[in-house]
Design a binder for this molecule. Sequence first.
Ligand code: C2O
Ligand code: CU
Ligand code: CU
Length: 536
Amino acid sequence: MRKGSLRLTRRAFLENSGLFLANVAVAQSVARKRVAIAPPLLKLDSLASFVDPLPIPKIIQPVRTVSLSDKTISTALPYYRLTMQEFEQKVHRDVKPVRVWGFDNSSPGPTFETRKGSGVRVEWVNQLPTRHLFPVDHSVHGAEADKPEVRTVVHLHGGKVPPASDGYPQDWYASGKSAVYHYPNQQDAAALWYHDHALGITRLNVYAGLFGLFLVRDDFEDGLDLPQGKYEIPLMLYDRSFDREGQLFYPVSGDPRSPWVSEVFGDGILVNGKLVPYLEVEPRFYRFRVLNAANGRFFHLALSNRASFYQIGTDLGLLARPVALESLLLAPGERADLLVDFSSHRGESLVLTTDSLRIMQFRVGQNAEGGKASLPPALREVARLSEGSAAKTRILTLGEKDAISGMAEMMLLNNAHWSMPISENPQLNSTEIWSLLNFTDDSHPIHLHGVRFQVLDRRSFEPELYYHGGTIHFIGAPVAPGPNEMGWKDTVQAHPGMVTRIIAKFDAYPGRFVWHCHILEHEDNEMMRPYEILES
Ligand code: C2O
Ligand code: CU
Ligand code: CU
């Protein structure tokens, strides 16, 4: 235990000031973190903003179809092949090409357009070099020096997929190899995303650029007549640092035997591969599929002049109705489906910001060629899972193990390491409540594979008393999720000093999956656990 009284004081202050929820969520203190040693870096604030148009990743086409038949049916499945490679990419008009990793010469990789009920096969080919772009920490579990330095395995985040195709972190393969995964798409329309998940180096592989979007559509969503085509725009947000030569820079600790750092924030914000780009829009409604693809940065999204926007969907699909917002906090791994009405901003420029940083600019034109879509009053019914249906409640802690120096050494779920025996093993088709007790000073975006869940509530508690007596002493009343958090989720923000409760029905595929923090530095250094859905 450390700094207990200090934390209580700070929390008491925040509570009294009424700022508690607003502030803890964005608190990402750098105190006590492992010091990052930075060589001279490219000064990003000296670069011109809004000089590059927003790139839109291309839609990937299947290379062929394969037929799949069993006794009753035979279906033709689209077969895609994507190749992970190293290449150079322009991230800004005034920065020379940057060496990145991506799929089919694109980072982010191409976007998948798929439909509910129509499965696809994807061959993920690793043709990366054998040397990594960034220093590998061999003291991190699973990244020991006897492993190939470059290893990848692709996970479809939000996908309801059989375990063999889920991209289990130990299923990595080296350059020259590939894996064919099957994605059944037996799930509602949502914006999923694919990214690397190799044990111990996910943070480095994703930072290098190995991720992309995977859209699932369905008839219900089609019926809502939401903005589509050029009026539906993906926004993949992430931050990076660049060295003086303009190459990607990933920070290291002061200890060369253990370069891992506990969190990484770049001062350059990229959208779909460009630094602070612009997008020309018509004065009408647009749909933005927003993904926080950053390693550790929470985006606190707002439009300049506090123009409001509407959230119509969460990680795994549509909300029951649009929710008007002036700002939105999006954690790593989370997605938000947003509608923005530019019709009252003819001729203006709006800037999308995260606190004091600029993300991108919208230049609103004079004419709406495509007509003016409107806001649907109702979207998709989201049936709430009832607490009474839960067969089990699990108490799970989020913790940090510090070195004697006081700096973070690793992050732990329920005090267990990756390699310890499985402790979370829900029965297939059973419903469970997971209570996440956060003992650290950070918010952790907790993600479960293989299942969708709902957020029940969050409630402050006394960490010290839990340590001493093993029972939870709550402070104050539970806080219900906001209306824009009432949809289906796969990643939840677990705030410091709070118990965050989620409820899930484990009704997908039996077998072994993982759950973890989506701050990739945490995930790589023990804040990830296997779990198993047991066949009843
Ligand atoms: Cu977005 Cu386990 O991953
Ligand atoms: Cu996932
Ligand atoms: Cu974390």
